[in-house]
Structures are given as structure tokens and as C-alpha cells.
Design a protein around this ligand. Structure first.
Ligand code: HPA
Length: 267
């Protein structure tokens, strides 16, 4: 059995067979959202193929249960490329999600903003992304399924639904392009100026490889950034992981309201 099949058997054993509708990956400082779900929490450490090294600010549990009447699988932590250099690190976790019956995946992350009109504390609905690293989690995949079209990787219908939910909750959310930069060091001001010229509105160290994997698996995707800082060179504030963790909860409260509204309409 592959790690994903072992993990799936454990998840089914603990959480049952009821199909899950939606997956949710929580970014830095957003891990508390997992506690909003009434259900079964399974530590990643118990799940073969799941990320085992923890990044502080993440909650390494898979929580399966009910949120606003929708059966969801919440991934409280992700493995980033910068941890071990593996862009496909989240593949077994996403394969489990797909096998549980999920159709869609909502991804969240913390990001630095390149736009003065999207300040720290705001949310950005990712309209598209730039795979600036040029790394791909499907390298080595032997089947023709590896040739994944990415034109609508950020699903237009899901984006419209989340935008409507934000509007209904009175939350301002702007569209923007997310650039994936490997980390773990932050960018230089010159790199940020370059990314701006290339069309990026925010920069972060995650999400893009998971979107590629999720599209490969046939999941529809939508992603939201919580802006924790202005990107390097754009403000005087200090950029640090501590700062990211401290700022993420500002956006997290808004994110939770948007998600709850969206789920109430989709149960
Ligand atoms: N750059 C990259 N990743 C980030 C940032 C940033 O400025 N802020 C939060 N995650």
C-alpha cells in the first residue's frame, strides 16, 4: 500500500465513511480555525505520508467534521517546499482528501502585499498565480494526467461565491495575483520590485504546489491570502515569522466569517 492508502484507512477508521464535501488548508497563524469544526482530530503524526516536521504557527492535525452543516476536512498545517525541498510534500494528504469524496479545496495562506491598497490585516482573493520558483510537484508523475491545464486553476465560480460571501459580511476583499517564492528567507526589495513588474500583487511561500496537485486530482480550488505585512522595501515595518504569526489572526477573524457564510449557502 502507498502512504496515502495507509493514511486513508486510518482516517476512515477514526472518522467514518461519510463523504467529505470540501477541504480547507490553513495557513500560518490560521490554525485555530480547525477548532471551529466539531469532529474528529487526527494528528498528522498518526498519518503516513502527512507532513511530520512542524512549522511554528501551524496546527498539525487533520480535523474531519461539521462546519455550518457541511462535512469538511481541515488541514491545520502544510509542509512548505522550504522545509525539505519537496514540492510534492502535500500529495498524500490531498490524495486522501480526494478519496474522502471532496470536490473542492479552499486554501489559505499568509502573504506579503505588493499593493498599497491591500494593507496588512486585509484579505486577498487569489485570482491567479505566478509559479516563480519554476518547481512543479508533478515532475516525475508518469501518466499523461500530469499535463494539467492551469487556465482556470483558481475556479471562477468558487471565487465569485467567496466574493459574494465577503460582500454579504461587509468585508472588503480585493482580487490579486499571488507569486510563489520559495523561502524560507524573505525577499529582497529588488526581488519585490521585480515581482511587481511581473504582475504579482502578493508574495508567499506556499499554496501554488498544492493548487497544481489539487487540479491534477480533479479538485476545484480557490485560495485566499491574509496579508500580514507589506512586502520587503515597501514599508518600514520589520518582516519576520513572528510578525507573520502575530498579524495573521487579524485576517483570520474575517476569513472565518466569509467561510461560514459560504458554507451556509452550500450545505
Ligand atoms: N514574503 C513571503 N512570504 C510571506 C510574507 C512575505 O512578505 N509575509 C507572509 N508570508
Amino acid at each position: 500500500m502507498t502512504p496515502f492508502q495507509d493514511a486513508l484507512a486510518i482516517v476512515r477508521d477514526r472518522a467514518g465513511d461519510t463523504p467529505v464535501t470540501l477541504g480547507l488548508i490553513l495557513g500560518s497563524g490560521l490554525g485555530h480555525l480547525a477548532h471551529a469544526v466539531s469532529g474528529v482530530a487526527i494528528p498528522y503524526a498518526a498519518l503516513p505520508g502527512f507532513p511530520h516536521a512542524a512549522v511554528s504557527g501551524h496546527n498539525p492535525n487533520l480535523v474531519i467534521g461539521d462546519l455550518e452543516g457541511v462535512r469538511v476536512a481541515v488541514f491545520g498545517a502544510r509542509e512548505h517546499y522550504y522545509e525539505k525541498g519537496n514540492p510534492a510534500a502535500m500529495r498524500p494528504a490531498l490524495e486522501v482528501l480526494k478519496a474522502l469524496g471532496a470536490q473542492s479545496l479552499i486554501l489559505t495562506n499568509a502573504a506579503g502585499s505588493l499593493r498599497p491598497d491591500i494593507p496588512p490585516g486585509d484579505l486577498m482573493l487569489i485570482s491567479d498565480h505566478i509559479n516563480f520558483n519554476g518547481l512543479n510537484p508533478l515532475i516525475g508523475e508518469p501518466t499523461d494526467a500530469r499535463f494539467v491545464p492551469m487556465t482556470h486553476a483558481h475556479d471562477p465560480a468558487l471565487r465569485a461565491a467567496l466574493r459574494d460571501s465577503a460582500l454579504a459580511e461587509g468585508i472588503d476583499i480585493k482580487d490579486g495575483v499571488y507569486a510563489w517564492y520559495s523561502g524560507p528567507s524573505f525577499e529582497t526589495p529588488a526581488e519585490i520590485r521585480m515581482l511587481r513588474l511581473l504582475g504579482a500583487d502578493a508574495v508567499g511561500m506556499s499554496t501554488v504546489p498544492e493548487i497544481i496537485l489539487a487540479r491534477f486530482l480533479g479538485l476545484t480550488c480557490v485560495a485566499i491570502s491574509t496579508i500580514t505585512n507589506m512586502a520587503a522595501g515597501l514599508s518600514e515595518e520589520n518582516i519576520s515569522h513572528e510578525h507573520t504569526k502575530a498579524m495573521a489572526p487579524l485576517g483570520a477573524a474575517k476569513l472565518e466569517r466569509i467561510l461560514r457564510h459560504f458554507l451556509r449557502l452550500h450545505r
